[in-house]
Design a protein around this ligand. Structure first.
Ligand SMILES: [Zn+2]
Ligand SMILES: [Zn+2]
Length: 181
């Protein structure tokens, strides 16, 4: 959505907005920050921009329902992710130095409009947790048989023999035999 800021630029003091922004994740794109996550319904965006004698400040809340899987046991995990955001709203020519570090804190007005969607999508990508657990102490899956260890032990030996060392076994046994002679 593009917010029409012309009334604010003309002296209005408040703009309230409330809309829905669909978040699409390409399920094939493994490089995406949101890989493995799906959003069954659009993200809700609501907030306001206040204008205090030309100084414009935007506060907003985004919330979206997500579906993904536990990073350890792959069980489905879902919930609602909420993010609050606060930015100064300014047109490019109002910024004294566009390379200022604080530049990221600005929402930039272009021709009287504020393009919301792309910056908000980027924000979600940056802030969305990289991994979810079904519970804090999820035990995950057995690396050998894939059994869900949360439901009990599978009986697999937890001792892992490095395959590169496995061939040394018989040799070591032989050396020990020699020693004992
Ligand atoms: Zn789990
Ligand atoms: Zn097992």
């Amino acid at each position: 959505m593009k917010l029409d800021l012309r009334p604010l630029l003309a002296g209005e003091r408040l703009l309230v907005f409330d809309y829905e922004l669909p978040l699409e994740v390409d399920p094939e794109d493994t490089s995406s920050f949101l890989y493995g996550v799906s959003f069954p319904s659009p993200m809700k965006v609501s907030g306001e921009i206040t204008n205090t004698a030309g100084y414009m400040r935007m506060t907003l809340t985004m919330s979206v329902n997500y579906q993904t899987e536990c990073a350890r046991c792959l069980k489905p995990v879902g919930g609602c992710f909420t993010l609050d955001l606060e930015k100064t709203v300014a047109s490019r020519d109002m910024l004294s130095d566009p390379f200022d570090n604080k530049y990221d804190d600005y929402a930039i007005i272009e021709d009287g409009f504020l393009d919301m969607d792309e910056p908000l999508r980027e924000q979600i990508e940056m802030e969305f947790p990289v991994r979810f657990l079904c519970k804090e102490d999820c035990l995950g899956l057995c690396p050998k048989c894939g059994h869900d260890l949360n439901t009990g032990d599978c009986g697999c030996s937890k001792k892992e023999i490095d395959p590169r060392l496995a061939s040394l076994g018989p040799l070591l046994a032989k050396l020990k035999e020699e020693e004992n002679k």
